[in-house]
Ligand binder design. Structure first.
Ligand code: CO
Length: 298
């Protein structure tokens, strides 16, 4: 087994989205080759209702999948297929926009004013960009949780991990999406298939991600080189090639999302909520949205 060294560590940056939601963007709208098949990752954890109540009113998507994972508070949603519901703490909504969907996502905090969650965008290959739109709503109780001997715990949302299979199925990019907790004073390796691009996003505690098989200095915004790269809340860690990632904790544990997928390796033409392969396809999508022919499967 070879350890995937840290390729880069960055922090998510403040961004405004929707009708004026303050969130933190870990990546998105740049060169996405390193995170292919993923396009964007937003951290919308907030403790002030003014930062999120404006929400994400009606808007279209085409050519992608959006994955929303809620940790606290609720997101009410509705869409052009007639779906309506609420995603609550621990729940996941996996939306395949395919040929097109128009939806809204309206966050509401819990009794303490907290609205915590993440949204990941996964690209669709050209063969599936115009597939039927669909939703997979997964409630917290249906997400398998495994705890290993050393206390490391994994909630498996999508893909196979430690013999458990997550409830989200039939996703084009075959992503693996796991919520991992590593307890204090632990050195832990976690498998990630070699063919995949992989990243981790830290949202609690701290630890060092190691590239022990490769003593090259590691480029990072925060600390340089050495035995490992120190990561804490809001750190995005991009991994290089290998079979597993390794993290080491000291006096506190670390919680992070570990996400990986098979790269699609196709051209990306992207404007706002629509991601296609060519500019002509983009132009057509926006024209259809304007003239009312955008929805193919309503
Ligand atoms: Co949306």
């Amino acid at each position: 087994m070879s350890i995937r060294p840290v390729k880069r560590l960055t922090k998510s940056q403040l961004a405004m989205e929707g009708a004026g939601v303050r969130l933190r963007r870990a990546f998105g709208f740049g060169d996405t080759a390193e995170v292919d098949p993923f396009l964007l990752f937003d951290d919308f954890r907030g403790d002030r209702p003014d930062d999120y109540l404006a929400g994400f009113p009606w808007h279209p998507h085409r050519g992608i999948e959006t994955i929303t994972y809620v940790l606290a508070g609720n997101v009410d949603h509705g869409d052009s297929l007639g779906n309506k519901g609420t995603i609550g703490a621990g729940d996941v909504q996996w939306m395949t926009a395919g040929s097109g969907i128009v939806h809204q996502e309206m966050p509401h905090g819990n009794e303490r004013g907290q609205m915590h969650g993440f949204q990941l965008w996964a690209n669709l290959p050209s063969s599936l960009k115009m597939t039927h739109p669909r939703y997979q709503d997964v409630s917290a109780k249906d997400i398998p949780e495994v705890t290993d001997d050393d206390g490391t715990t994994a909630r498996v949302i999508c893909g196979s991990f430690w013999g458990k299979r997550g409830p989200v199925e039939g996703v084009a990019a075959e992503p693996q999406y796991v919520d991992v907790w590593v307890p204090p004073a632990t050195r832990r390796s976690l498998p990630v298939a070699r063919s995949r691009n992989a990243f981790a996003y830290v949202f609690e505690g701290s630890g060092k991600f190691a590239g022990a098989s490769d003593p090259q200095p590691v480029k990072t915004d925060i600390v340089g080189g050495g035995e490992g790269v120190a990561a804490d809340n809001r750190s995005l860690i991009l991994f290089d090639a290998g079979d597993e990632i390794t993290v080491e904790t000291r006096d506190e544990g670390i919680r992070f999302l570990l996400v990986s997928g098979e790269p699609i390796q196709e051209p990306v033409a992207w404007r706002g909520p629509i991601v296609m392969n060519t500019n002509e396809e983009l132009r057509q999508a926006f024209e259809e949205y304007r003239n009312g022919t955008f929805l193919k499967h309503a």
